[in-house]
Write a protein that binds this ligand. Structure first.
Ligand SMILES: O=P(O)(O)OC[C@H](O)CO
Length: 478
């Protein structure tokens, strides 16, 4: 197979670069070892679109996060991605914390985040009645926002696909062949791809890809972040992203509404050697509760519907870098894309495209780029008239499969059959939220398995939860 550009990694960053390149007359192939787009760090994060208020001023990370944030207003409309600008508050509960607020505001200013404001104790309590009443005052960061991270990645990928990008999932890169100082071939578990350009957007694994071309002068350590998701009906809710005072290492353990109305609490920041250890631990979860209840005393983790953990790729030495090399033609290396990766992905799409042009990739704009994408109708968000019309058009929208989230068979079939459609139970969940509710798939799980088996024409025993070998049905017991 021959292509012009291979992007390694179908996370938010890889998909955003693919979408940007799909505006040009160039053949692009995205390769990922997972079974689904956004199957790793992009699916297990805090689902926040940051402003960059706490970035290190003057860095590429600061530049890209600050540039990306305003792009989301139009982009989420064009691609039908749930997004809300709810703002963040950063309260101080003692004199020591209070004394740090001016420096945080100054840092935000240096990052060109000019709209951070001071809020008095009264203003904070009015905005967030659940705040610890010992609060002394704090900051308001109006453009911190929440998003559906799964749909963002799907939307970028689907739109790239519609504009001609080729996706190879379940495909592991095993080697890169270099000849005469230029990249020539990507060797994968699915065959060899001839290419002129390679973008390494492999996140947690970008150091391993870089080692294949002899450019691994850094290491990636998995920084685990554990989270609780609380029930939509939990009695203690917040209206903003409630942030602690950030440290040099982390923005800290926060509490925020999700775009779908749950409460999200976390994350921890634990550096691990194992890039696969996305487990949750009693210790980690307890530390979240201990820290967050100092800000929100009534936070009720007994209302947890699920816990999860994500692994952010933490570069050592640290810092986001985009590297090109005089002695290696055609190779663009992205490293240090950490927890701000979801936010900055769309700005990275543009930045990486410019870098590709600089290293000789000829990019001529297409005249038929389609910039919008039709999302899956969210049945439960429609009014009665719209619901009736949809059911009339397709009666499967009248068959509710997931009762907790009111997700219909029509939506599940759309998730399965659209481009880059769902092949596993978790992939259905990430597209339409079947199984995301209070019962966590206890009711709809078997039905989703049956639908997947029926639509993909495979036995139910072959339907996986996520990765190969994670089948949930092993056979009949009678
Ligand atoms: O600990 P940080 O700074 O990587 O931030 C994690 C937060 O969840 C940010 O999305």
């Amino acid at each position: 197979m021959k292509t012009d550009v291979v992007i390694i990694g179908a996370g938010a960053v890889g998909c955003a670069i693919a979408r940007e390149l799909s505006k040009y007359r160039v053949k692009v192939t995205v390769v990922d070892m997972r079974d689904d787009i956004g199957g790793n760090a992009s699916k297990s994060n805090s689902a926040i679109i940051h402003t960059g208020y706490d970035a290190k001023p003057g860095t590429l990370e600061s530049q890209l996060v600050v540039a990306a944030n305003p792009m989301y207003d139009q982009l989420t409309k064009d691609l039908d991605v749930p997004f809300k600008r709810i703002g963040a508050i950063l309260p101080a509960f003692n004199e020591e914390q209070f004394a740090q607020l001016p420096a945080i505001k100054e840092k935000a200013f240096l990052n060109r985040v000019y709209d951070v404001e001071y809020l008095s104790r009264e203003e904070l309590l009015e905005r967030e009645p659940e705040l610890n009443p010992e609060v002394l005052g704090g900051l308001y960061i109006p453009r911190e926002s929440i998003i559906d991270p799964f749909i963002l990645v799907q939307a970028l990928a689907e739109n790239a696909y519609e504009n001609g990008v080729n996706f190879l999932l379940n495909t592991k890169v095993t080697d890169i062949r270099v000849r005469d100082g230029a990249v020539r071939e990507v060797v994968t578990s699915g065959g060899v791809i001839e290419t002129d350009f390679i973008v390494n957007a492999a996140a947690l694994y970008c150091d391993e890809i870089a080692a294949m071309v002899g450019k691994a002068d850094y290491k990636v350590v998995a920084r685990r972040g554990q989270f609780y998701i609380l029930d939509k009906n939990t009695s203690c809710k917040v209206n903003h992203i409630v942030l602690p005072i950030p440290t040099k290492i982390t923005k800290g353990k926060l509490m925020t509404p999700t775009i779908h109305g749950n409460m999200l609490v976390g994350p921890t920041a634990e550096d691990l050697q194992d890039k696969l250890d996305a487990s949750t631990t009693t210790e980690g979860l307890e530390s979240i509760y201990e820290d967050v209840r100092k800000m929100i005393p009534r936070v009720n983790v007994r209302d947890t519907v699920t816990q999860y953990s994500g692994l952010r790729p933490n570069r050592n030495p640290e810092g986001l870098q985009v590297d090109v090399y005089n002695d290696l033609k055609g190779y663009l290396n992205l490293s240090g894309v950490r927890s701000t990766g979801l936010t900055l992905s769309v700005a990275m799409g543009k930045y990486a495209t410019e870098k590709l042009k600089e290293i000789g990739c000829e990019l001529r704009l297409k005249d038929n780029f389609k910039k919008t994408r039709r999302g899956i109708p969210r049945f439960h968000e429609l009014n009665t008239e719209q619901k009736e019309a949809l059911i009339l058009e397709n009666p499967l929208y009248g068959n509710v499969i997931c009762r907790c989230e009111t997700i219909t068979e029509g939506e599940i079939l759309d998730a399965i059959h659209r481009p880059l459609g769902a092949k596993t139970v978790d992939a259905v969940k990430r597209r339409v939220r079947a199984g995301m509710g209070r019962c966590q798939g206890g009711f709809c799980g078997p039905k989703v398995i049956e639908i997947l088996a029926r639509e993909w024409k495979i036995p139910v025993e072959e339907v996986n939860k996520n990765l190969k070998g994670s089948n949930m049905v092993v056979g009949k017991n009678k």
